[in-house]
Design a protein. Structure first.
Ligand code: ATP
Length: 242
């Protein structure tokens, strides 16, 4: 038998109730996909497609309306299992007054790293994401691109097996985008599994082994991108970029 997928999403539905009349918003309407060990998997889709809702469901940050999600082969992963993943949220960083170093130290404490490992890993990650010039600056004064970088440093800090990155290239200039792509490729070479979301086809095209294209809460195409980029399916994808 082949190895269990690292992430397995089956029949995921999420309906939000909004406003005074509790109007239904069907953010996710039946999503299935799996992420295999060692691959770079992309969730591609326009704004509002349901990517973030899917990611948050996988992370147990929101409770699905229906469906099952296995992480590392388990329907109810332990806190220890959850530490085997690193997460870059779409819009994080509530700690405006902490400096980059202090923020990473706090994150390191939360994942149970000892003081020495925290210091070493924080230095290493700050250098790796190109924030060496800004270690002493409060996060509240960071640009959007710098926030993405500190977020990536935080996601990688405890050397997790699985990286879940929500729009990791957003807010970056072309050089920054390339740096993040290179970092994702390096992490995969180190044996990591990566799941990331994007609304930009070219970023996904350059990186992913397999993708799920999400549109209005459903997966409209799933598999190796080389297969999906055959002429008959190309049109829908190009429309996503608009
Ligand atoms: P984006 O890149 O804009 O975040 P997305 O593909 O990640 O797009 P989601 O954030 O998952 O999309 O949103 C899907 C739909 O669900 C949208 O219509 C959004 O407004 C709605 N939605 C998401 N979170 C909530 C919430 N907490 N309450 C109500 N509606 C929500």
């Amino acid at each position: 038998a082949s190895e269990a997928p690292v992430v397995e999403v089956r029949g995921l539905h999420k309906t939000f109730r909004v406003g005074f009349f509790r109007k239904k918003v069907e953010a996710v309407r039946g999503i299935d996909f799996e992420v295999r060990r060692g691959e770079i998997f992309g969730l591609l889709g326009p704004n509002g497609a349901g990517k973030t809702t899917s990611i948050k469901s996988i992370l147990r940050l929101i409770f699905p309306t229906a469906g099952t999600i296995k992480l590392f082969g388990s329907l109810s992963p332990s806190p220890e299992a959850l530490r085997r993943l690193g997460y870059l949220p779409e819009s994080p960083y509530v700690y405006q007054y902490l400096r980059a170093h202090e923020f990473l130290d706090l994150c390191g404490r939360l994942c149970g790293l000892d003081a020495r490992t925290r210091a070493e890993r924080a230095d290493e990650m700050i250098a790796r994401v190109g924030l060496g010039h800004a270690v002493d600056r409060p996060i509240g004064r960071f640009s959007k691109g710098m926030l993405q970088r500190i977020g990536l440093a935080q996601a990688l800090l405890h050397d997790p097996e699985l990286l879940i990155l929500d729009e990791p290239m957003s807010g970056l200039d072309p050089i920054g985008r390339k740096e993040v792509r290179d970092l994702i490729v390096e992490e995969r070479q180190r044996g990591k599994t990566i799941l990331f979301t994007s609304h930009i086809l070219s970023d996904v095209e350059r990186l992913c082994d397999r993708v799920a294209i999400v549109h209005r809460g459903k997966v409209t195409a799933y598999g190796a991108l080389s297969q999906l980029l055959k002429p008959e399916v190309q049109r829908t994808e190009i429309e996503l970029e608009g």
